[in-house]
Design a protein around this ligand. Structure first.
Ligand code: AP5
Ligand code: MG
Length: 230
């Protein structure tokens, strides 16, 4: 099924841990006024609220493994059914396996909908490690900062909401290494999946944040040059 301009807008972000999915989707979500749905953030919220789903997800997240597909698909599809997604959604970190991608496609097709564009942020392994080791996140709104590349105006405080900044437990060096292995093995095959559907845009994610964002806007069809299908 092909997405039409008058349908809800579904944009999907692929990319390894640290590629900048959270950074770019937060900016795009404010610009488009469409919710950003991060499977990682949804899991962390469940963990904070000590739900059964959160307790199960934590077992995998702490080890840098993927949470099982059935749990993940159910959680994200429920979220996509909420009222604020009536105009669409920007998906960050979902799908991450071929079965998740197939479930999303089938779920949207059942509503007569489809993904418009898939944006893959491409970043070299060593840079990913450097970014994750210097990352600080907001406990309240989930915004990402980096000590060297994107420091907050006031140390330890979020520029957006004033919340407290913290380092994610799964950003420890050993877990980062494993998360990257899991990404190359289980998630990278989605590039071929979406290339085959003609909706994949691969973007050089190693440029500064604002420069990446300009290309993201183009790929999302909101800039002057939207011809970057990879
Ligand atoms: P999740 O929270 O999605 O983590 P991730 O994919 O590992 O990605 P990150 O959030 O680490 O990176 P990001 O791409 O968002 O980078 P960011 O913008 O912060 O998932 C966590 C866990 O949940 C998974 O390991 C798994 O267990 C589970 N999970 C989640 N989804 C799942 C699914 N679908 N199925 C199964 N399990 C799932 O940027 C990183 C840093 O770099 C920041 O410090 C930022 O300031 C900086 N930065 C960003 N862009 C630039 C730039 N252009 N130049 C310089 N610095 C930059
Ligand atoms: Mg993220």
């Amino acid at each position: 099924m092909v997405a039409h301009a008058d349908q809800p807008l579904y944009l999907l972000f692929l990319g390894a841990p640290g590629a900048g999915k959270g950074t770019q989707t937060a900016m795009l979500s404010s610009a488009l006024d469409i919710p950003r749905i991060s499977s990682g953030d949804l899991f962390r919220e469940h963990i904070r609220n000590q739900t059964d789903l959160g307790r199960e997800a934590k077992l995998y997240i702490d080890k840098g493994e993927l949470v099982p597909d059935a749990v993940t698909v159910g959680m994200v599809m429920r979220r996509l059914g909420e009222a604020d997604c009536a105009r669409g959604a920007i998906l960050d970190g979902f799908p991450r396996t071929i079965p998740q991608a197939e479930a999303l496609e089938a779920g949207l097709a059942a509503r007569g909908q489809a993904i418009r564009t898939v944006i893959d942020l491409v970043v070299d392994h060593d840079i990913l490690v450097e970014r994750l080791s210097g990352r600080w996140m907001c406990r309240s709104c989930g915004a990402s900062y980096h000590l060297a590349f994107h420091p907050p105006a006031v140390a330890g405080r979020c520029d957006v909401c004033g919340g407290e900044l913290y380092q994610r437990e799964d950003d420890s060096p050993a877990t980062v290494t494993h998360r990257l292995e899991v990404y190359y093995r289980q998630t990278a095959p989605l590039q071929e999946f979406y290339r085959g559907r003609g909706i994949l845009h691969q973007i050089d994610g190693e440029q500064p944040i604002e420069a990446v964002y300009e290309v993201v806007l183009n790929a999302a069809g909101m800039g002057e040059d939207a011809d970057s299908t990879g």
